[in-house]
Design a protein around this ligand. Structure first.
Ligand code: ADE
Length: 354
């Protein structure tokens, strides 16, 4: 067992690859991601109302010497659901086991991981909406009353037995809360949506990451990256690395407004944070479907991508920024998109993306 953080007296233990892990468990590596990941609430920037709620629940659970209620996080990818789960485990002085629903396909996967837990552990299941029905049903009594319902023997000698599971906290994460079955959703005591980050919050994330990476970065450089990070810390951190590369090759390695803007222009990320795929998506709606509405499957075919990626990855930010509207009849460009480019609706279709 490796103690990776001892900040603020928090002993946060994360199991390493060959150490006491079950096959379904994802091992943690000490990569770039792990290195820059906040380890406690004080280091975690943004999501302030969620953090306040969680801090109270954690303090109450500690006072009662009970595990924290099960928690469900939902929202677009890259907003820090896994990071937050690790922070919660650290704040609870607990171990965390990290897995994802596709790794829990067979009953023995979920049983194995549940049986490997120790009292107080946090179990994090990513993409929990993808859990199959059998695994879900194994999980219900474990979540509710901390036991597993198992059957032994064959036909006439079939016996049902109950095996206790240590009291644990399940943290589920999903980009699609609506796809979760209601019996599963109802078993979470705390349900929270993670919000896109403001430019100010992303600037703080970028300055923190740059400091850990030891890249000299001024505030204006951080703001320039933040503006084009589509409200998402994962993207902001990725762009920091790209800008650092550019600044190293073309200048003196320092990140400032000039190096950031030049590097991001080369990456073809525009001032709204949109990349080539976002622009292609809007362009298709505009040119091929007269601004919409167009069904998601049709749009996916025209774009050459799958509907799930459009829905989970591209759409949330385009909707949040007001470029795209979801209507019962399909997706369409918003009046804001027209206003933003100072064009009449019909003009958009020929001029917007020339
Ligand atoms: N890196 C990624 N997400 C972060 C966050 N919320 N706070 C600080 N650093 C981060």
């Amino acid at each position: 067992m490796t103690i990776i953080s001892d900040d603020n007296n928090i002993k946060h233990k994360i199991k390493t690859k060959n150490e006491d892990t079950t096959p379904a468990e994802t091992s943690f590596d000490m990569s770039f991601e792990a290195n820059i990941r906040p380890k406690c609430f004080d280091e975690y920037i943004g999501q302030s109302s969620l953090k306040s709620t969680l801090k109270i629940s954690i303090e109450a659970a500690k006072k009662r010497d009970m595990p924290l209620d099960h928690i469900l996080f939902y929202g677009p990818p890259g907003l820090g659901k896994t990071t937050l789960a690790s922070v919660i485990a650290a704040e609870m002085n607990a171990n965390i086991k990290i897995t994802s629903a596709p790794a829990l396909e067979r009953p023995r996967d979920i049983i194995g991981i549940l049986m490997s837990l120790k009292a107080g552990d946090v179990l994090f299941i990513d993409e929990i909406h993808r859990l199959n029905k059998i695994s879900e049903e194994i999980l219900y009594p474990a979540m509710e009353d901390f036991y597993l319902d198992m059957t032994t023997g064959k036909s006439q000698t079939l016996k049902s037995i109950r095996i206790p599971v240590p009291k644990f906290t399940l943290i589920g994460a999903t980009t699609k809360a609506g796809s979760l079955s209601s019996p599963l959703r109802d078993r979470f005591g705390i349900i929270h949506r993670l919000e896109f980050y403001s430019d100010e919050e992303l600037t703080q994330v970028i300055l923190r990451t740059a400091k850990i990476l030891d890249v000299e970065t001024d505030e204006k450089g951080a703001i320039a990256i933040a503006r084009r990070s589509r409200g998402t810390p994962r993207i902001a951190n990725r762009l920091v690395k790209r800008v650092r590369d550019y600044a190293t090759v073309k200048y003196n390695g320092k990140i400032n407004e000039k190096t950031a803007d030049e590097a991001l222009d080369i990456l073809q990320i525009d001032k709204f944070g949109l990349d080539n795929t976002d622009r292609a998506l809007l362009k298709i709606i505009s040119e091929k479907y007269n601004g919409g509405p167009v069904g998601i499957e049709t749009l996916a075919t025209a774009l050459g991508d799958d509907a799930k990626t459009i829905e989970d990855v591209y759409e949330p930010y385009l909707v949040q920024k007001g470029f795209l509207q979801r209507t019962p009849r399909g997706r369409k460009l918003s009046p804001f998109a027209c206003k933003c480019f100072n064009l009449k609706y019909t003009e958009i279709q020929k001029n917007l993306f020339d």
